[in-house]
Design a protein around this ligand. Sequence first.
Ligand SMILES: Nc1ncnc2c1ncn2[C@@H]1O[C@H](COP(=O)(O)OP(=O)(O)O)[C@@H](O)[C@H]1O
Ligand SMILES: Cc1ncsc1CCOP(=O)(O)O
Ligand SMILES: [Mg+2]
Length: 278
Amino acid sequence: MQPAEFAARLRAVRSAAPLVQCITNFVTVNDCANMILAAGGSPTMAHDLREVEESVAGAQALVLNLGAVGELEAMLLAGKTANALGIPVVLDPVAAGATTLRRQACRRLLAELGFAVIRGNASEIRSLALGQRGGSGVDVSAGDAVTQQTLPQAAELTERLARRTGAVIALSGATDIVSDGHRTLLLHNGVPTMARITGSGCMLAALTGAFCGASPEHPFAAAAAAAAALGVAGELAEAHRLRSGAGNASFRTHLIDGVFRLTETQLREGVRYEVYQG
Ligand SMILES: Nc1ncnc2c1ncn2[C@@H]1O[C@H](COP(=O)(O)OP(=O)(O)O)[C@@H](O)[C@H]1O
Ligand SMILES: Cc1ncsc1CCOP(=O)(O)O
Ligand SMILES: [Mg+2]
């Protein structure tokens, strides 16, 4: 994947203006909607079981966020509708391994639906890949965070989960690992402040939905470009935050602004990535 391809996927979002249907948690729902708008898409956050089929049918992408685990039946119905219509589905497995309810929900989601992309932090992807308990909240646990030493294991886990599910797996963190099971990219953009706000992962999943909706035939490029776009926007937001001496609340606003203002040139020239060779 060349730098121009990242910019091409951003251009596609802005020209297609995809409608992205999200079933997501009440903590970060507003940020997810604004992130989709910032990229050039249009969000709809319908979650009632009685209307999700209709809502999905008019959308170009569906995002299911496990932070809304109480809406599991609506997620399954929405996902089946999207699968039948060929609409890409993105899963954010929030705290996937933290509770019995979530582990059971993940088993059903993976068994009953097909996903274009699954985007989670290292604890969540590890728990999905190994099918076991792991992590205790929504943030990555210290032991699971990917380091230089553990990168090969994390990449291997990501590739294995991609092959098993048929989905592109996007494991986020200081380095984002994106794999379709055959190709794996390491993306190095972003700043640690992104982990100091709630919702950066949810926003990445929402953004990935917008990129997939605009480029449904290219889920790997869409997932990588969304991760790169948020990473570069994070770097712009951090520069802004440091200049103004602000904290994480302003950073959150600047992160959304960063995606809104991101140019194709900034993305093409700012993306830092490598092909993982194993
Ligand atoms: N230490 C870090 N350095 C750079 N970027 C980071 C860091 N931690 C998280 N990010 C970025 O923040 C976004 C959300 O990732 P993450 O924090 O793993 O998700 P979640 O909020 O679901 O735990 C991603 O774009 C990721 O690249
Ligand atoms: C704090 C919290 N609790 C349930 S969902 C949620 C938001 C998690 O957002 P993110 O994983 O993007 O930080
Ligand atoms: Mg998360």
